[in-house]
Design a protein around this ligand. Structure first.
Ligand code: FAD
Ligand code: NAD
Length: 159
C-alpha cells in the first residue's frame, strides 16, 4: 500500500497536538507529536509513539523521563518550532514540572517517567507513568488532514 494513501487515511482522524520534552545533562529537547493516548487510571499511564529516526527516541531512553504538553490554539508556532517546520532565531524558554521540562501555557502539562517501551514496526511506544500534572483553560490546537485547525472551525461547520 502507498505510504501517502495510508497517511491521508490516518490524517482523517483529527487529533490535538503535543510537544514532548526531555532533558539530558542540562540540555532540553522538544519534539512535536500527535500520537498520544490515555492508557490506564490505576496506575496513571499514557502512551506516546516516537519514530525510529527521531532524535527524541534515544533522548527519552537516556533520560528515562519526558513531559507531554497539550498545545493551545495560540501555540501553532511552538508546534512548528518543535517539528522543524519553521526556523526561529530566539532561544526557547521551558518551564519545569517535577523532573521534566515543560511548555509554559500549554493546556495540559504531564510530567512522566518511562514505565515501559514497546518497539512496533518503525516506531517505539513509550508508556509514561504520570507523576505530576498542570491544567490551563483554553481551546486546543487541532491537526487534521495534514493541516493545523482551530476548534471554532468545526463548531461553525455543524451550525
Ligand atoms: P530535532 O530535529 O532535534 O528537533 C525537532 C525540532 O525542534 C528542530 O527544529 C529543533 O531545532 C527544535 N528544538 C528541539 N529542542 C529545542 C530547544 N531546546 N529549543 C528550541 N528548539 C528546539 N513524530 C513522531 O515520531 N511521533 C509523532 O507522534 C509525531 N507527530 C507529529 C505531529 C505533527 C502535527 C507534526 C507536524 C509532526 C509530528 N511528528 C511526529 C514528526 C516530528 O515532530 C519531527 O519528525 C521532528 O522534527 C523530530 O524531531 P527530532 O526528535 O528528530 O529532534
Ligand atoms: P501527514 O499527512 O503525513 O499526517 C497525517 C497522519 O498520518 C498523522 O496524523 C499520523 O497519524 C500519520 N503519519 C504521518 N507520518 C507518519 C509516520 N511517519 N509514521 C506513522 N504515522 C504517520 O501530515 P504532514 O503535514 O505531512 O506531517 C508533517 C510531518 O510530520 C511528516 O513528515 C510526517 O511524517 C510527520 N508526522 C509523523 C507522525 C508520526 O511519526 N507518528 C505523526 C504525524 C506527523
Amino acid at each position: 500500500m502507498d505510504d501517502r494513501k495510508f497517511r491521508n487515511a490516518m490524517g482523517k482522524f483529527a487529533t490535538g497536538v503535543n510537544v514532548i520534552a526531555t532533558e539530558i545533562d542540562g540540555e532540553v529537547y522538544g519534539m512535536t507529536a500527535n500520537a498520544f493516548m490515555s492508557v490506564s487510571l490505576d496506575p496513571k499511564l499514557i502512551v506516546i509513539s516516537i519514530g525510529n529516526r527521531a532524535k527524541m527516541l534515544d533522548r527519552i531512553r537516556q533520560s528515562g523521563r519526558f513531559s507531554v504538553n497539550v498545545l493551545s490554539c495560540e501555540q501553532q508556532e511552538e508546534s512548528m518550532r518543535f517539528a522543524g517546520q519553521k526556523e526561529f532565531e530566539d532561544k526557547f524558554d521551558f518551564g519545569q514540572l517535577g523532573d521534566a521540562p515543560v511548555i509554559e501555557d500549554a493546556l495540559c502539562q504531564l510530567s512522566c517517567e518511562v514505565y515501559n517501551e514497546h518497539t512496533e514496526g518503525d516506531h517505539v511506544l513509550f508508556i509514561g507513568k504520570v507523576n505530576d500534572l498542570v491544567l490551563e483553560d483554553g481551546d486546543p490546537l487541532i491537526f487534521n488532514c495534514g493541516k493545523y485547525r482551530r476548534l471554532e472551525a468545526f463548531e461553525e461547520a455543524v451550525k
